[in-house]
Design a protein around this ligand. Structure first.
Ligand code: ZN
Ligand code: FE
Length: 255
């Protein structure tokens, strides 16, 4: 099995996962980018996984469905270009002998879902759309801070070696914020240096791993004393974990 991030637009990644014959693509905002990759690699697209309804994740769905007859899976609670198989948290389906599990992760949008592959090849895979980014999380467009905290908790419970396939290359700007929150987090500083080297060579910083995110991502660490202290210093009115998370998100929005 092979996993390839296809760059699209300014900073999107369309994840192509394949066994050298058959392929899955996640969140194809740009169908042309995917078609070119399929032609280049002689892959047959069988499934399209959509995490949420935003155009940069769905713009190529109709074109790819028509061109390949791939089956489209998408969030049961959102309007994405149909026909598609609506799925939600707790559902699972099979692709080429791999079980793909659906996790509800509302917050960025109200019906956002993630796809988790427990036995992908050597490590589990997570396609999390705009919910979890390396070093950050999605903006709260439709959901609440409580929902997003809950969603990230659900992802945090997955195995540490899970490869985290996010939909955007936001890592360096996220890490600049993370370092403002936790300036003494040594693992964060080392990870930032690594990601700077990767970007300088025009390489993706993704996939990340869940263990890495738990060590460096302030939104996955919002109950850590260092993060709580940094937030409450600025926002003394943040009195519980949801309020701390909400203010952390607010601080990032203005950063
Ligand atoms: Zn989005
Ligand atoms: Fe997006």
């Amino acid at each position: 099995m092979q996993l390839t991030p296809l760059p699209a637009f300014n900073d999107n990644y369309l994840w192509l996962w394949h066994n050298h014959t058959h392929a899955v693509v996640v969140d194809p905002g740009d169908g042309e980018v995917v078609l070119q990759a399929l032609q280049r690699t002689q892959l047959q697209l069988q499934a399209i996984l959509v995490t949420h309804h935003h155009a940069d994740h769905t713009g190529g769905v109709d074109m790819l469905r028509n061109a390949t007859q791939a089956t489209v899976y998408g969030p049961a609670g959102e309007a994405i270009p149909g026909p598609f198989v609506p799925v939600s948290g707790g559902d699972a389906f099979d692709w080429q002998g791999h079980r793909i599990e659906v996790i509800d992760v509302p917050g960025h949008t109200a019906g956002h879902i993630a796809y988790f592959v427990p036995a992908a090849h050597t490590t589990p895979l997570l396609f999390c759309g705009d919910t979890l980014f390396s070093g950050g999380c999605g903006r709260l467009f439709e959901g609440t801070a409580a929902q997003m905290l809950d969603s990230l908790d659900r992802l945090a419970a997955l195995p540490g070696n899970t490869q985290v396939c996010c939909a955007h290359e936001y890592t360096l700007s996220n890490l600049r914020f993370a370092m403002a929150v936790e300036p003494h987090n040594a693992e964060l500083l080392a990870y930032h240096a690594l990601c700077q080297r990767l970007r300088a060579q025009d390489q993706p910083t993704l996939p990340s791993t869940l263990a890495q995110e738990l060590a460096i991502n302030p939104f996955m660490r919002s109950r850590q004393a260092s993060v709580v202290q940094a937030v409450t210093q600025r926002y003394p009115q943040a009195l519980d974990e949801v309020a701390v998370f909400a203010q952390l998100r607010e601080w990032k929005n203005k950063f």
